[in-house]
Design a binder for this molecule. Structure first.
Ligand code: AMP
Length: 274
């Protein structure tokens, strides 16, 4: 495995690659969620590039940029064992210069839910993903459905800018009790981890209601809200179509149910595609 810390090293290493390139961008502190993307990319491509970069432009003032979990040594071993060809770990200076040209999130889809609660987050995310897709020359790039809105906006960016890469959505990986894996789960103590299960429980409750024929969004949200009372603070419960427009009734095959809530220190998100 080649470890590239500079853009020059990455470009040099890429010269030998001829064939499909799978790419998995991450912020590190790798867990089984990341690993499922890495494994899928490994199986489906001749070459595999993974990046680890805690991107400052997608963190808002007061968010956990400095405290974000960093586990470089363990991440390197995981990538090596998973058969990664190039691990790209640039510094901030390698990625950004002063007074950059920026692309912005779309006015509607980019400013609801996460975009509303974290204004500017998606601008920074799209900026870095654009850079990383260009740098990796990926033919296929893998993103988790865990970050549903992120996935939708990246797919839109690739379409709107005619970028020559296929975006592959990957299923959410959960622990044995249902908690969606996240690097930020490392902040949870034992008691908070128990309470954090209310996010996936609320989504399970919604599934049961839909399966029983209840399609009214307000009724489903009410029940979800009761289950989510174990969280310290619920930021949103949303039921939207795949375009992220609010729905009054669940449309089977075209609905995403999303929750964001604070449990202890971290803000957690989870969702379900129906
Ligand atoms: P991050 O390191 O949090 O930026 O995540 C890197 C990629 O891994 C993103 O595409 C995430 O959506 C994806 N990811 C994170 N957690 C999970 C999970 N539990 N299941 C599936 N994909 C995930």
């Amino acid at each position: 495995m080649i470890i590239a810390r500079t853009i020059e090293t990455l470009q040099e290493a890429k010269k030998t690659l001829q064939g499909s390139i799978g790419f998995v961008p991450t912020m590190g502190a790798l867990h089984h969620g990341h690993l499922s993307l890495i494994r899928q990319a490994r199986e489906e491509n001749e070459y595999l590039i993974v990046s680890i970069f805690v991107n400052p432009t997608q963190f808002l003032e007061g968010e956990d940029l400095d405290a974000y979990p960093r586990k470089e040594e363990a991440d390197r071993k995981i990538c090596e064992l998973a058969g990664v060809d190039i691990l790209f770990m640039p510094t901030i200076d390698q990625m950004y210069e002063e007074d950059e040209l920026c692309i912005g999130a779309p006015a509607i889809r980019g400013y609801v839910l996460e975009g509303e609660k974290r204004p500017g987050h998606f601008d920074g995310m799209l900026q870095v993903v654009m850079k990383l897709l260009n740098l990796s020359s990926a033919t296929h790039a893998y993103f988790g459905k865990k970050d549903a809105q992120q996935l939708a906006l990246i797919t839109q960016m690739v379409k709107n800018y005619f970028m020559d890469v296929t975006i592959i959505p990957c299923e959410i990986v959960r622990d044995e009790r249902g908690l969606a894996l996240s690097s930020r789960n490392a902040y949870l103590n034992h008691e908070e981890k128990e309470r954090a299960l209310c996010l996936s429980r609320a989504l399970k409750r919604a599934t049961k209601m839909v399966m029983a024929g209840e399609l009214h969004v307000e009724k489903i949200k009410q029940e979800m809200s009761a289950v989510l009372s174990e969280a310290d603070r619920v930021e949103y419960i949303a039921i939207v179509n795949r375009e992220f427009k609010a729905l009054e009734k669940v449309e089977i095959g075209n609905t995403i149910i999303l929750v964001a809530a604070w449990v202890g220190k971290p803000r957690l998100i989870d969702n379900l595609w129906i």
